[in-house]
Design a protein around this ligand. Sequence first.
Ligand SMILES: Nc1ncnc2c1ncn2[C@@H]1O[C@H](COP(=O)(O)OP(=O)(O)OP(=O)(O)O)[C@@H](O)[C@H]1O
Ligand SMILES: [Mg+2]
Length: 247
Amino acid sequence: MSRVVTGAMVRVEGVRKAYGHGAAAVHALRGVSFEVPRGELVALKGRSGSGKTTLLNIVGGLDAADAGRVRGDGHELADLDEDGLLTLRRDRVGFVFQSFGLIPVLTAAGNVGVPLRLRRTPPREREERVALLLSLVGLADHAAQRSGELSGGRQQRVAVARALANDPALLIADEHRSAGRGDRARRDGAAAGRTQRTGHRPGRQSLRDDLPVPELQHPVGEVQQGGVVGTGASGFRQRAPASRIPT
Ligand SMILES: Nc1ncnc2c1ncn2[C@@H]1O[C@H](COP(=O)(O)OP(=O)(O)OP(=O)(O)O)[C@@H](O)[C@H]1O
Ligand SMILES: [Mg+2]
Protein backbone atom coordinates (compact mmCIF):
# COMPACT_ATOMS: atom_id res chain seq x y z
CA MET A 1 0.00 0.00 0.00
CA SER A 2 1.39 3.39 -0.92
CA ARG A 3 2.12 5.77 1.93
CA VAL A 4 0.75 9.25 1.49
CA VAL A 5 2.38 11.72 3.84
CA THR A 6 0.63 14.95 2.92
CA GLY A 7 -2.80 16.27 3.80
CA ALA A 8 -4.90 15.66 6.88
CA MET A 9 -4.32 12.49 8.87
CA VAL A 10 -8.05 12.04 9.31
CA ARG A 11 -10.88 13.69 7.42
CA VAL A 12 -14.45 12.88 8.28
CA GLU A 13 -17.27 14.36 6.23
CA GLY A 14 -20.96 13.97 6.87
CA VAL A 15 -20.65 10.59 8.54
CA ARG A 16 -23.87 8.98 9.64
CA LYS A 17 -24.37 5.72 11.48
CA ALA A 18 -27.49 4.08 12.83
CA TYR A 19 -27.91 0.78 14.61
CA GLY A 20 -31.07 -1.14 13.79
CA HIS A 21 -33.87 -0.11 11.47
CA GLY A 22 -37.12 1.77 11.40
CA ALA A 23 -38.66 3.16 14.53
CA ALA A 24 -36.25 1.16 16.69
CA ALA A 25 -33.12 2.61 15.00
CA VAL A 26 -30.55 4.30 17.19
CA HIS A 27 -28.99 7.20 15.29
CA ALA A 28 -25.53 7.23 16.83
CA LEU A 29 -23.95 9.66 14.35
CA ARG A 30 -26.03 12.19 12.43
CA GLY A 31 -23.60 13.84 10.05
CA VAL A 32 -20.21 14.24 11.73
CA SER A 33 -17.51 16.32 10.05
CA PHE A 34 -14.04 17.19 11.30
CA GLU A 35 -10.44 16.84 10.36
CA VAL A 36 -7.24 16.06 12.21
CA PRO A 37 -3.98 17.38 10.76
CA ARG A 38 -0.91 15.12 10.86
CA GLY A 39 1.06 15.39 14.05
CA GLU A 40 -1.87 16.74 16.06
CA LEU A 41 -3.32 15.34 19.23
CA VAL A 42 -7.09 15.76 19.28
CA ALA A 43 -9.48 14.76 22.04
CA LEU A 44 -13.15 14.05 21.54
CA LYS A 45 -15.34 14.12 24.58
CA GLY A 46 -19.01 13.57 25.09
CA ARG A 47 -21.48 12.03 27.45
CA SER A 48 -22.00 8.30 27.61
CA GLY A 49 -23.84 7.06 24.53
CA SER A 50 -23.01 10.18 22.48
CA GLY A 51 -21.27 8.13 19.79
CA LYS A 52 -17.54 8.37 20.59
CA THR A 53 -16.81 4.66 20.21
CA THR A 54 -18.96 4.46 17.09
CA LEU A 55 -17.04 7.35 15.54
CA LEU A 56 -13.60 6.06 16.50
CA ASN A 57 -14.38 2.57 15.18
CA ILE A 58 -15.33 4.11 11.84
CA VAL A 59 -12.23 6.32 11.73
CA GLY A 60 -10.05 3.29 12.52
CA GLY A 61 -11.61 1.20 9.74
CA LEU A 62 -13.20 -1.25 12.16
CA ASP A 63 -16.74 -0.37 11.18
CA ALA A 64 -18.33 1.24 8.14
CA ALA A 65 -20.38 4.41 8.04
CA ASP A 66 -23.89 4.35 6.58
CA ALA A 67 -23.21 7.61 4.74
CA GLY A 68 -20.47 10.19 4.43
CA ARG A 69 -16.76 9.95 3.72
CA VAL A 70 -13.81 8.96 5.85
CA ARG A 71 -10.27 9.55 4.74
CA GLY A 72 -7.46 8.12 6.84
CA ASP A 73 -3.72 8.31 6.17
CA GLY A 74 -4.40 9.38 2.60
CA HIS A 75 -6.87 6.59 1.86
CA GLU A 76 -10.57 6.85 1.20
CA LEU A 77 -11.68 4.03 3.50
CA ALA A 78 -14.73 3.18 1.38
CA ASP A 79 -12.40 2.47 -1.57
CA LEU A 80 -10.39 -0.15 0.32
CA ASP A 81 -11.33 -3.81 0.07
CA GLU A 82 -11.06 -6.12 3.07
CA ASP A 83 -7.35 -6.76 2.45
CA GLY A 84 -6.66 -3.04 2.11
CA LEU A 85 -8.47 -2.32 5.37
CA LEU A 86 -6.60 -5.14 7.11
CA THR A 87 -3.27 -3.79 5.91
CA LEU A 88 -4.16 -0.26 6.99
CA ARG A 89 -5.20 -1.42 10.45
CA ARG A 90 -2.18 -3.71 10.85
CA ASP A 91 0.49 -1.31 9.63
CA ARG A 92 -0.76 2.24 10.14
CA VAL A 93 -3.32 2.39 12.94
CA GLY A 94 -2.93 1.63 16.64
CA PHE A 95 -6.14 1.15 18.60
CA VAL A 96 -6.61 1.25 22.37
CA PHE A 97 -10.05 -0.27 22.79
CA GLN A 98 -12.43 0.98 25.43
CA SER A 99 -12.53 -2.49 26.96
CA PHE A 100 -8.83 -3.04 26.11
CA GLY A 101 -9.37 -6.24 24.09
CA LEU A 102 -6.45 -8.08 25.64
CA ILE A 103 -6.13 -11.85 25.50
CA PRO A 104 -6.41 -12.68 29.21
CA VAL A 105 -4.39 -15.91 29.16
CA LEU A 106 -1.47 -14.26 27.39
CA THR A 107 1.12 -12.40 29.43
CA ALA A 108 1.47 -8.63 29.15
CA ALA A 109 4.47 -9.22 26.86
CA GLY A 110 2.51 -11.76 24.81
CA ASN A 111 -0.28 -9.28 24.21
CA VAL A 112 2.06 -6.47 23.21
CA GLY A 113 3.81 -8.87 20.83
CA VAL A 114 0.66 -9.85 18.92
CA PRO A 115 0.83 -7.06 16.29
CA LEU A 116 4.52 -7.78 15.80
CA ARG A 117 3.81 -11.47 15.22
CA LEU A 118 1.17 -10.51 12.65
CA ARG A 119 3.87 -8.59 10.83
CA ARG A 120 6.33 -11.48 11.20
CA THR A 121 8.84 -9.36 13.08
CA PRO A 122 11.89 -11.56 13.87
CA PRO A 123 11.75 -12.92 17.47
CA ARG A 124 14.82 -11.05 18.77
CA GLU A 125 13.60 -7.70 17.43
CA ARG A 126 10.10 -8.47 18.72
CA GLU A 127 11.34 -9.19 22.24
CA GLU A 128 13.40 -6.03 22.33
CA ARG A 129 10.53 -3.90 21.14
CA VAL A 130 8.05 -5.48 23.56
CA ALA A 131 10.48 -4.83 26.43
CA LEU A 132 10.90 -1.20 25.34
CA LEU A 133 7.16 -0.64 25.06
CA LEU A 134 6.39 -2.22 28.42
CA SER A 135 9.05 -0.11 30.13
CA LEU A 136 7.62 2.95 28.37
CA VAL A 137 4.26 2.36 30.05
CA GLY A 138 5.89 1.49 33.38
CA LEU A 139 5.13 -2.24 33.25
CA ALA A 140 8.56 -3.80 32.78
CA ASP A 141 8.08 -5.67 36.04
CA HIS A 142 4.78 -7.16 34.87
CA ALA A 143 5.91 -8.48 31.48
CA ALA A 144 5.46 -12.12 32.48
CA GLN A 145 2.12 -11.69 34.24
CA ARG A 146 -1.05 -12.85 32.54
CA SER A 147 -2.96 -9.78 31.44
CA GLY A 148 -6.15 -11.15 32.99
CA GLU A 149 -4.48 -10.93 36.38
CA LEU A 150 -3.53 -7.27 36.03
CA SER A 151 -5.49 -4.35 37.46
CA GLY A 152 -7.73 -2.41 35.06
CA GLY A 153 -5.31 0.51 34.85
CA ARG A 154 -2.41 -1.77 34.07
CA GLN A 155 -4.45 -3.61 31.47
CA GLN A 156 -5.12 -0.29 29.82
CA ARG A 157 -1.39 0.45 29.76
CA VAL A 158 -0.70 -2.94 28.16
CA ALA A 159 -3.31 -2.00 25.56
CA VAL A 160 -1.51 1.30 24.96
CA ALA A 161 1.82 -0.50 24.54
CA ARG A 162 0.21 -2.96 22.11
CA ALA A 163 -1.30 -0.10 20.11
CA LEU A 164 2.15 1.46 19.75
CA ALA A 165 3.88 -1.79 18.82
CA ASN A 166 3.84 -1.21 15.07
CA ASP A 167 4.76 2.46 15.35
CA PRO A 168 1.38 3.54 13.97
CA ALA A 169 0.89 6.73 12.00
CA LEU A 170 -2.48 7.13 13.75
CA LEU A 171 -3.10 6.19 17.35
CA ILE A 172 -6.74 6.01 18.44
CA ALA A 173 -7.50 5.68 22.13
CA ASP A 174 -11.08 5.09 23.23
CA GLU A 175 -12.33 5.48 26.74
CA HIS A 176 -15.80 5.48 28.17
CA ARG A 177 -17.28 8.45 29.89
CA SER A 178 -16.84 7.74 33.57
CA ALA A 179 -18.48 9.47 36.48
CA GLY A 180 -15.35 8.74 38.51
CA ARG A 181 -14.47 11.65 40.75
CA GLY A 182 -10.97 13.00 41.00
CA ASP A 183 -9.83 11.53 37.72
CA ARG A 184 -10.13 14.20 35.10
CA ALA A 185 -8.59 12.09 32.38
CA ARG A 186 -11.52 9.72 32.65
CA ARG A 187 -14.12 12.36 33.43
CA ASP A 188 -13.27 14.74 30.62
CA GLY A 189 -11.31 12.70 28.16
CA ALA A 190 -13.79 10.04 27.25
CA ALA A 191 -12.08 9.52 23.96
CA ALA A 192 -8.86 10.72 22.49
CA GLY A 193 -7.50 10.27 19.02
CA ARG A 194 -3.87 10.92 18.49
CA THR A 195 -1.82 11.28 15.38
CA GLN A 196 1.90 11.00 15.60
CA ARG A 197 4.28 13.32 13.86
CA THR A 198 6.01 11.85 10.88
CA GLY A 199 9.17 10.20 12.13
CA HIS A 200 8.04 10.33 15.72
CA ARG A 201 8.90 7.13 17.54
CA PRO A 202 7.20 5.85 20.69
CA GLY A 203 10.64 5.06 22.07
CA ARG A 204 11.26 8.75 22.46
CA GLN A 205 7.94 9.50 24.02
CA SER A 206 7.02 9.26 27.65
CA LEU A 207 3.52 8.02 28.34
CA ARG A 208 1.46 8.56 31.44
CA ASP A 209 -2.04 7.33 31.94
CA ASP A 210 -3.01 10.06 34.35
CA LEU A 211 -2.69 13.18 32.19
CA PRO A 212 -5.85 15.24 32.48
CA VAL A 213 -6.97 15.83 28.92
CA PRO A 214 -7.98 19.50 29.33
CA GLU A 215 -4.48 20.34 30.53
CA LEU A 216 -2.83 18.97 27.43
CA GLN A 217 -2.13 21.54 24.76
CA HIS A 218 -4.37 20.16 22.11
CA PRO A 219 -7.76 20.80 20.61
CA VAL A 220 -10.85 19.26 22.09
CA GLY A 221 -14.06 18.56 20.24
CA GLU A 222 -17.29 17.44 21.79
CA VAL A 223 -19.61 14.76 20.47
CA GLN A 224 -23.14 16.01 21.03
CA GLN A 225 -26.40 14.73 19.67
CA GLY A 226 -24.66 12.78 16.93
CA GLY A 227 -22.38 15.58 15.72
CA VAL A 228 -18.95 16.92 16.63
CA VAL A 229 -18.77 20.45 17.98
CA GLY A 230 -15.35 22.09 17.77
CA THR A 231 -14.20 24.36 20.56
CA GLY A 232 -12.45 26.70 18.17
CA ALA A 233 -9.04 25.66 19.47
CA SER A 234 -6.33 25.79 16.83
CA GLY A 235 -5.92 22.69 14.74
CA PHE A 236 -9.41 21.35 15.30
CA ARG A 237 -11.17 22.31 12.14
CA GLN A 238 -14.80 21.91 11.66
CA ARG A 239 -15.25 21.26 7.97
CA ALA A 240 -18.96 21.75 8.26
CA PRO A 241 -21.13 23.52 10.78
CA ALA A 242 -21.80 21.52 13.90
CA SER A 243 -24.25 19.04 12.61
CA ARG A 244 -27.17 18.29 14.82
CA ILE A 245 -29.64 16.97 12.35
CA PRO A 246 -32.96 16.20 13.93
CA THR A 247 -34.34 12.73 13.39
N1 LIG B 1 -23.73 -2.60 18.30
C1 LIG B 1 -24.70 -1.75 18.66
N2 LIG B 1 -26.00 -2.06 18.48
C2 LIG B 1 -26.98 -1.21 18.81
N3 LIG B 1 -26.78 0.01 19.35
C3 LIG B 1 -25.51 0.38 19.55
C4 LIG B 1 -24.40 -0.48 19.24
N4 LIG B 1 -23.25 0.16 19.56
C5 LIG B 1 -23.61 1.36 20.06
N5 LIG B 1 -24.96 1.51 20.05
C6 LIG B 1 -25.71 2.68 20.50
O1 LIG B 1 -25.18 3.82 19.81
C7 LIG B 1 -25.09 4.94 20.69
C8 LIG B 1 -23.64 5.41 20.77
O2 LIG B 1 -22.87 4.42 21.45
P1 LIG B 1 -21.31 4.56 21.67
O3 LIG B 1 -20.83 3.28 22.26
O4 LIG B 1 -20.68 5.01 20.39
O5 LIG B 1 -21.23 5.75 22.76
P2 LIG B 1 -19.99 6.32 23.59
O6 LIG B 1 -19.99 7.80 23.39
O7 LIG B 1 -18.77 5.59 23.18
O8 LIG B 1 -20.39 6.00 25.10
P3 LIG B 1 -19.46 5.62 26.37
O9 LIG B 1 -18.85 6.90 26.89
O10 LIG B 1 -20.43 5.02 27.35
O11 LIG B 1 -18.44 4.63 25.90
C9 LIG B 1 -25.67 4.47 22.01
O12 LIG B 1 -27.03 4.84 22.05
C10 LIG B 1 -25.52 2.96 21.96
O13 LIG B 1 -26.51 2.31 22.75
MG1 LIG C 1 -17.43 4.43 24.17
